[in-house]
Design a protein around this ligand. Structure first.
Ligand SMILES: Nc1ncnc2c1ncn2[C@@H]1O[C@H](COP(=O)(O)OP(=O)(O)OP(=O)(O)O)[C@@H](O)[C@H]1O
Ligand SMILES: [Mg+2]
Length: 348
């Protein structure tokens, strides 16, 4: 997509969207609700006409090509199986449109049923399937005509957490086997990280950043990305924290739990120059560790705390060591390390 703009009335759903997906890659579009993810897919598919900009597939401008000729498979945000058609007919739909022979259709549908693990389900109707099974049928239907691009719009949104996780793995593997260029929309960060080779963060109809999940997490390019990805706490007056004097040049700062270490008082005496004093405000059990909310001057920080460590209680005074923060000024984002820790070789 090159310089794509699309308004609905006076609302800009796509705002100079530039996005390039390499052949064979699985890219995840991640962004808050209403940020324009579905709009991007619909524009790629030809279901929505952009006001300006180019859509190129394989080097060819397809703006004027209708949806049916673009070679795109679409799995929609809501289940969109044809309710009055059997599973077989649902999957065969695109093949019938292409006027394939009955024998070719039978063969292809049967291949696809095996691929999606639904052998023997051909005669059922959508109402006789579980949510996960329906989405697998929707997937089979989308890829039946061998599209060159597959678009998936939150295909697992309506499915419960456990099954969704299995389906993610399944989708990743299946797309890997097929090698089909795919764009996958989600607003679930874990899902994006697990499924996609590459993540594109969308905000207000615009691409904020594109990169590997690790890259986006570790090096957010904009304040929006830093706040949107992972957990973060706003840090007022960051320059007053030990080791972060450099933050005075920036308007705002955030900190993430993995860079905050909480210890019982006295246990961080090697770090007197860099540790702050805090008060535990809340403790919650998170399965494999504790999540601690700790107040340091006016700022409430979140930290993870191992179950192996000595127990803490609410109201207890603790030592708090902040290793790294993210600072912003306008569109500029930077990572600041605790200066007083630079000489320390041993850390967390
Ligand atoms: N046909 C339309 N007419 C008017 N406004 C629309 C239309 N389609 C989308 N919008 C608006 O454009 C914005 C982007 O919508 P879009 O569906 O692309 O968001 P999304 O990122 O997919 O959100 P979600 O995660 O909730 O699915 C929204 O504010 C939406 O209300
Ligand atoms: Mg959507």
């Amino acid at each position: 997509m090159r310089g794509i703009n699309k308004s609905f009335g006076n609302f800009k759903a796509s705002n100079d969207t530039n996005l390039c997906v390499e052949k064979g890659r699985l890219v995840g579009l991640l962004g808050p609700s209403g940020s324009g993810k579905t709009t991007i897919l619909r524009i790629i598919a030809g279901l929505e006409i952009p006001d300006s900009g180019d859509i190129m597939i394989n080097g060819k401008r397809v703006n004027d090509m209708n949806a049916g000729s673009r070679g795109i498979g679409f799995v929609f945000q809501n289940y969109a199986l044809f309710r009055y058609m059997s599973v077989f007919e649902n999957v065969a739909f695109g093949l019938r449109v292409k006027k394939e022979s009955e024998a070719a259709i039978k063969k292809r549908v049967s291949e696809l049923m095996s691929l999606v693990g639904l052998d023997g389900f051909e005669k059922r109707f959508p109402s006789q399937l579980s949510g996960g099974q329906r989405q697998r049928v929707a997937f089979a239907r989308a890829i039946a005509p061998n599209p060159q691009i597959l678009l998936l719009d939150e295909p697992f949104a309506a499915i419960d957490a456990k099954v969704r996780q299995e389906l993610r793995k399944w989708l990743r593997n299946t797309i890997g086997v097929l090698g089909i260029t795919s764009v996958f929309v989600t607003h679930d960060q874990d899902e994006a990280v697990e499924v996609a080779d590459e993540i594109v963060v969308i905000n207000a109809g615009h691409v904020e950043q594109k990169g590997s999940p690790v890259d986006i997490y570790k090096h957010p390019a904009t304040p929006f990305v830093a706040r949107f990805i992972g957990h973060s706490d706003a840090m007022e007056n960051a320059a007053s924290f030990k080791g972060f004097e450099a933050a005075r040049d920036f308007a705002e700062a955030i900190v993430r739990p993995e860079f905050v270490r909480v210890e019982k008082r006295g246990l961080l005496e090697d770090y007197v120059a860099s540790a702050e004093e805090g008060v535990v405000e809340d403790i919650s059990f998170r399965g494999d560790n504790m999540e601690i909310k700790v107040r340091v001057s006016r700022v409430l920080l979140t930290a993870n705390y191992s179950l192996e460590k000595p127990g803490l209680s609410v109201g207890e005074k603790v030592s708090v060591l902040i290793r790294r923060i993210y600072v912003f000024d306008g569109d500029r984002t930077e990572i600041l390390e605790n200066e007083n820790l630079r000489e320390n070789t041993v850390f967390i």
